[in-house]
Design a protein around this ligand. Structure first.
Ligand SMILES: Cc1cc2nc3c(=O)[nH]c(=O)nc-3n(C[C@H](O)[C@H](O)[C@H](O)COP(=O)(O)OP(=O)(O)OC[C@H]3O[C@@H](n4cnc5c(N)ncnc54)[C@H](O)[C@@H]3O)c2cc1C
Length: 422
């Protein structure tokens, strides 16, 4: 029998590669007609990079992205608050990688086509609904490749809905859930080719939770410039009208650039970076409440379909990758069965729910608000505002929740043991 995966995003493609690695047949159905390298930058934490390494993708990842060496927090006046090493610089055995989401998706897609076969990905075909069957799941699709659309059902041993934040798979499990929940922040995102800032490998978080600018390089260019990813964030009342979340919605400079007009520091020209971007995308900061269950018999959820979270703390793509690996291991151990899906959910649901909750409390960025509240007009000496001990405590609290422990990650055996690989 074959496992059906709906959605060829980061989670769905990693799940396909992982299931193939343990000898399980998969078929992927993707709603869009053509998979184009969309999106801007995302980050992969060392524990997720490790899993892609186990799939043989580390060299390609390192070529496509930039290893993040430091995460630094700055006040809205551009003054440094806290810097910490990341990835290999912090002692992990794997790097943290900043990468263009579209490049990452292309890299996974090529992996699937090479190893599993291009015919195992069916594009232009949206999953519409699913229902339990005696020996698995019946999944219904809508073919959108021709002018006239038509629906058709297929039988599978198991069904994995990896269809993102607007998941149809999830909707069928929880029909009354409604739209994603907005916290009042709007993110404007873009990429700009520019000279490197600081050491060329720093992720910078500037400002506070009501007005923030996050930036990091994602591609090194031959002429010494870099493609620099940035996110400008402003907070509004949640009663305000807002656009439905769509990763590809164009944003307007006049909606946010004026707020950042005087953020010109000796190490970074924020308005200059924004103005030089080719295009800007707008996205509301949304997530969904953690669910009481993801699995129904031989069907389960994965990635953003299961646990959409605020895009802070570098966890969106990383957690989808970890889901995919645990799912493959459980299926290798227990076969294409409901038991395997339950065991996968048992491990991943509480772990990801804790990150959804931690991100709502502002995740690791809490330190920016503490400093902004205590010293709204800036500071001469940071130690008058916050002690080193307090800074360290805030940073380690999030890492413990999000499973960042260096020793634990380095020492842990790979999620998918060699003994089950085909
Ligand atoms: C176009 C796009 C751009 C993005 N850009 C960014 C970004 O710049 N920065 C960032 O942090 N995150 C971005 N994300 C989200 C990020 O990829 C996810 O948060 C994370 O990687 C988890 O991946 P996922 O596979 O669960 O979901 P996604 O990566 O969202 O993938 C879901 C996939 O399912 C497909 N799909 C949806 N409905 C159906 C259906 N009914 N049937 C079949 N397929 C379906 C979608 O087309 C998509 O390919 C983007 C997502 C998308 C879809």
């Amino acid at each position: 029998m074959t496992v059906c995966i709906a959605g060829a995003g980061i989670g769905g493609l990693t799940a396909a590669l992982s299931l193939h690695q343990v000898g399980i047949d998969v078929q992927i159905y993707e709603a869009v007609k053509e998979i184009r390298p969309l999106g801007v930058g995302i980050n992969l934490l060392p524990q997720a990079v490790r899993e892609l390494d186990d799939l043989g993708l580390l060299p390609a990842l390192e070529r496509a992205g930039i290893a993040t060496g430091r995460l630094c927090y700055f006040s809205k006046h551009g003054r440094e608050i806290w810097c910490e090493p990341r990835g290999r610089a912090a002692g992990y055995s794997w790097p943290q990688i900043s990468i263009h989401r579209g490049l990452l998706q292309s890299l996974l897609l090529h992996g699937v086509k090479d190893r599993i076969g291009a015919e195992q990905i069916v594009t232009g075909t949206a999953m519409r609904r699913w229902s339990a069957a005696p020996n698995g799941v019946i999944v219904e699709f809508r073919d959108r490749t021709e002018d006239e659309e038509f629906d058709f059902p297929l039988d599978f041993s198991c069904f994995v809905a990896a269809d993102g934040i607007h998941s149809q798979g999830r909707k069928r499990l929880f029909p009354g859930e409604g739209p994603p929940l907005w916290n009042g922040s709007i993110l404007w995102r873009g990429v700009t080719r520019a000279k490197p800032f600081l050491d060329g490998a720093t992720m910078a978080q500037i400002g506070h939770s009501r007005q923030k600018f996050v930036t990091y390089p994602i591609i090194a260019c031959d002429d010494g410039t870099q493609i620099i990813n940035w996110v400008a964030e402003l907070k509004f009342e949640t009663s305000r009208e807002w656009n439905r979340e769509d990763w590809n919605r164009e944003g307007r400079l006049e909606d946010f650039l004026p707020a950042f007009a005087d953020w010109r520091f000796d190490w970074l020209d924020v308005p200059g970076l924004i103005e030089a971007a080719d295009s800007v995308f707008e996205y509301p900061m949304v997530d969904r409440n953690p669910l009481p269950h993801w699995t129904h018999g031989a069907m389960t959820l994965l990635g953003d379909a299961a646990h959409p979270m605020y895009p802070i703390g570098s966890n969106g793509a990383s957690q989808a990758i970890l889901d995919a690996r645990v799912l493959a291991r459980e299926m290798a151990w227990s076969g294409e069965t409901a038991d395997a899906l339950s065991a996968y959910e048992k491990e991943r649901r509480p772990a990801t729910a804790a990150i959804v909750e931690a991100n709502r409390k502002n995740g690791p960025d809490e330190v920016l608000d503490i400093v902004a509240d205590r010293a709204p007009n800036g500071f001469n000496d940071l130690s008058d505002v916050i002690s080193t001990e307090e800074l360290e405590e805030v940073a380690s609290r999030y890492k413990a929740l999000a499973g960042f422990s260096i020793e634990a990650i380095n020492a842990a055996p790979p999620i998918v043991p060699d003994s089950v690989k085909a």
